[in-house]
Design a protein around this ligand. Structure first.
Ligand code: HEM
Length: 444
């Protein structure tokens, strides 16, 4: 399901990018593919890919720890899978037909939201019931997943507060609640990704100490705090105290600095390990460098006085895409490689072996750098000229080609990964090692 969401997101993004060229945009809109339809499809399925891939890694843990999946867990698994497939089809059909709530990240019809939420409750039961034997002594990834699951439920419900008339009728209140919930929604999938990253690294290196380390717990603590404060750097333009803005800035920066350190440690450990498929460490290496790049971009754009320039420009688009592709997606590619090798053994190792894949990763990174760089530069220039009340220089307009072209190359390399993975997902592949074989040796 995660891989299907990934494919839909990329195809949607590759078509949507042509809207950057006004003539093509008109023709696309005329053929029923307006940006207002494609964009929410793209962003919805990009987020679903991130949630889905992290949940796949969590299920690896559930299958391999303790008594594995019981019949009731499997029933709940199929229940949430059914709910989410229905919700996903509902999103494609309704958003494709132009029926949207108009909300960022929650653009789909509230009926789809209900299906996502009901399915999530079944996932939450499957995961949280494992905590009956204790929570405090568990490795950090269990903490991340637990809080990520609970955060999602609170924040997803909160994100639908616009359905209440007294919220919708007050634009400032509506924006405040919307961005507070969106900040935590991103926090919830970040937690699922951080947990998955540390879990995969532990499995690949066999080193269980990192999951109990101070730095991993520091990431958790600051991440929790950030989930309460990060909304403020999306709402600098709303009436609120300067102190709140600076708290948001300091806490968010602290989280990303610690994340950079964690990503560097895990990359070094996985690379040194003989057991890890080499593409896993290549993806984790990319995630590390992208964390560094996003750290720099965040430092600049979150300073309240500088944010006034770039708010609402393509700098924010570049930042969001750079973070979700460079950090979350790269880390989850490491997770996908890990799961495929666990599921398919040697046949996966051969197919995911470096060589050509590394070249593709290089091209992917180069096109993402181009896209991210262009959005940041053009957005900054637009922000400065906007504040000065001047017309944009011509070269910004000529550069409109950069997004569709770099995006096309990026999309093609992202889709190429599917070509490598697809044969490993078919029924002809070696029988899953996960289905009936809980790893009792690894059970705590
Ligand atoms: C897994 C891969 C991807 C992820 C996770 C992702 C994520 C995102 C996110 C989070 C946004 C919202 C940005 C904002 O806040 O304004 C976005 C927007 C967008 N993305 Fe992607 N993206 C991916 C791949 C692609 C690809 C390959 C393309 C192809 C060109 C693309 C094209 C677009 C377009 C056109 C927008 C709308 C930009 C706008 O509103 O001006 N994306 N993407």
């Amino acid at each position: 399901m995660a891989i299907a969401c990934y494919a839909i997101a990329i195809v949607g993004g590759m078509i949507a990018a042509w809207h950057y060229l006004p003539d093509v945009s008109q023709r696309l809109a005329g053929s029923g593919m307006a940006l207002q339809r494609l964009r929410p499809i793209h962003t919805t399925f990009a987020s679903l890919w991130i949630y889905g891939a992290a949940i796949a890694v969590m299920y690896h843990y559930l299958v391999h720890r303790g008594d594995g999946l019981r019949p009731a867990d499997r029933t709940r698994f199929w229940f949430h899978t059914g709910c989410w497939i229905l919700a996903g089809v509902g999103c494609v059909v309704s958003l494709g037909a132009g029926i949207s709530s108009g909300r960022e990240y929650l653009g789909f019809h509230p009926a789809c939201s209900l299906l996502f939420f009901v399915g999530w409750i079944a996932l939450a039961i499957n995961f949280l019931r494992r905590l009956r034997n204790g929570f405090w002594g568990q490795p950090i990834y269990v903490w991340f997943w637990t809080v990520g699951i609970l955060f999602f439920m609170v924040t997803f419900a909160e994100g639908h507060a616009y359905l209440l008339p007294w919220v919708e009728q007050s634009p400032v209140r509506d924006l405040q609640i919307q961005w507070k919930s969106c900040g935590t929604l991103v926090g919830s999938f970040n937690f699922l990704v951080y947990g998955s990253l540390i879990y995969v690294a532990e499995r690949l290196t066999g080193d269980k100490t990192y999951g109990q380390s101070r730095i991993a717990f520091a990431l958790f603590g600051v991440g929790c705090l950030n989930s309460f404060t990060n909304y403020a750097h999306h709402t600098y333009h709303l009436p609120q105290s300067e102190t709140v803005k600076w708290i948001a800035f300091v806490v968010s920066m602290l989280e990303i600095v610690i994340l950079f350190r964690v990503a560097s440690d895990l990359f070094a450990a996985v690379r040194a390990s003989k057991r890890a498929p080499c593409m896993t460490s290549a993806y984790l290496g990319s995630a590390k460098w992208w964390t560094g790049a996003i750290l720099l971009s965040s430092l600049l754009i979150s300073v309240p006085s500088l944010n006034a320039y770039i708010h609402g420009t393509h700098v924010v688009t570049g930042h969001a895409m750079g973070a979700e592709i460079g950090i979350d997606t790269m880390a989850l590619f490491g997770g996908v490689c890990f799961l495929l090798t666990e599921l398919r053994g040697e046949s996966a190792r051969a197919r995911l072996h470096c060589g050509r894949m590394r070249w593709h990763l290089g091209i992917m990174n180069a096109s993402l750098v181009t896209l991210f760089g262009w959005l940041t530069i053009s957005g900054t220039v637009r922000g400065i000229y906007r504040i000065n009340g001047e017309a944009l220089p011509d070269w910004v307009g000529y550069g409109a080609w950069v997004f569709p072209l770099a995006g096309f190359v990026l999309g093609a390399t992202l889709l190429y990964q599917l070509v490598r993975w697809a044969p490993l997902l078919g029924p002809q592949s070696q029988e899953s090692a996960l289905v009936d074989a809980p790893d009792t040796a690894a059970a705590e």
